[in-house]
Ligand binder design. Structure first.
Ligand SMILES: [Zn+2]
Length: 392
């Protein structure tokens, strides 16, 4: 025989007296003749709570349903629990109340998306942190999100009554359902007065005002659907409070008022871009100066130790200098790790790198007339010169 499910008639019942009717010893699960615990289904999590017996109390960490029987999953199964014993089944009301807010918000969002954009809800999941709805829409852009959020919160403020109906087949025809029922018998309708009617077996608030604020937090395109994330009720307050904290901290760091954060970031970006341009100009001038000075030295081949150059600057340097007839240009640049750039000459630099280069800890690759890489180990300038002598 199935469990008498009291939460189906009244989601605000927090406890009931019940009798143990079945025990699964191995998996520590217990069935009662009647229960206020909601079993996981339809995207809503199962209830948490306690079963209080005369001999002690056991914790329920999950609730599931199988063939009409509600199974309370226990943290422990003491030997004194046996069939026909009575207990007080008490749900974790804070957890349930939170689920009721998220679930009712989900109904309202599904209705809002349908009414505003014609999109249907494919599936929904109410998580312990955030909840999601998968919608058959091609997009849900920022203006659409703003409209949807405003519309839903207006319905929260309208404080519409929410009714539960168990209509006969004849009565069912009078309701305009947003979607068809998946079951044929014992259809349960959730009727948000004047707004939305849909079949559902979950637990809901009795007025839309009890849902609390609804905040849309993210969207993601996935498998041809749009996944919308949201928070409602107390979670929405917490979400907004943490966002407010981040914003105030950002404003403090930028030295401006909260509403000036965007302008302040834009000014910083402009300043940074200007400084980067100036730096680039200085680097190019310094590079040209280096090239001129090196070009006027009596040697055709050049080895330069420039720890202040990064690899990109070293590459520009060797190219510029090589254009001015220097034969082979080698630059050892940057720090931790040191890097090298070699260009020019008549030998195949890749062959040299494989043999003599490896001997002084240079690892890298490139073309016959240009190689680059990382310096592993520490070799003196004279050791490097010695290795380079084998080149033509
Ligand atoms: Zn529902």
């Amino acid at each position: 025989m199935g469990t008498q499910r009291l939460e189906q008639k009244d989601a605000y019942l927090t406890s009931c007296q019940a009798r143990v009717v079945q025990i699964r010893e191995e998996s520590k699960q217990l069935a009662l003749d009647e229960s206020v615990f909601y079993p996981e289904s339809g995207g809503q999590l199962g209830d948490l709570g306690h079963l209080v017996f005369q001999d002690g109390s056991v914790q329920v960490f999950d609730t599931q349903i199988e063939e009409g029987v509600v199974w309370h999953k226990l943290d422990q199964l003491p030997t004194w629990i046996e069939n026909k014993k009575t207990c007080r089944a008490e749900i974790d009301w804070a957890h349930r109340r939170d689920q009721m807010s998220q679930h009712t918000a989900q109904h309202m969002l599904s209705a809002g998306v349908f009414q505003l954009f014609g999109g249907e809800t494919v599936s929904a999941r109410l998580g312990s942190q955030s909840s999601t709805i998968d919608l058959d829409l091609t997009q849900l852009n920022d203006p659409m999100l703003a409209d949807l959020q405003a519309s839903i919160n207006q319905e929260v403020m309208n404080d519409r009554n929410i009714h539960i109906h168990y209509p006969s087949q004849q009565e069912l025809a009078k309701f305009e359902l947003r979607r068809e029922s998946k079951v044929k018998d014992g259809i349960r309708l959730i009727d948000i007065e004047g707004y939305d009617v849909t079949p559902c077996g979950g637990t809901h608030c009795s007025e839309t005002g009890e849902v609390g604020p609804v905040i849309l937090t993210a969207t993601q395109n996935t498998k041809g659907l749009v996944r919308l994330s949201f928070v409602a009720g107390k979670r929405a307050f917490e979400y907004l409070a943490s966002r407010d904290k981040w914003l105030r901290e950002s404003a403090q760091k930028l030295g401006c008022a909260v509403h000036e954060v965007c302008d302040a970031i834009e000014r910083q970006e402009q300043k940074l871009s200007q400084l980067q341009q100036e730096l680039g100009l200085h680097q190019a001038q310094a590079l040209m100066k280096d090239v001129e000075e090196t070009y006027h030295s009596p040697h055709r081949d050049v080895l330069l130790m420039r720890p202040d150059y990064d690899q990109d600057q070293a590459r520009k340097f060797v190219n510029l200098l090589h254009e001015r007839t220097a034969e082979l240009v080698v630059v050892v640049c940057s720090k931790q790790p040191q890097r090298f750039v070699m260009h020019g000459g008549t030998s195949d630099l890749r062959q040299w790198l494989k043999q003599q280069g490896t001997a002084i800890g240079w690892r890298g690759g490139g073309k016959a007339n240009h190689v680059e890489g990382v310096v592993q180990g520490s070799f003196s300038q004279s050791e490097i010169i010695k290795a380079l002598r084998s080149l033509d």
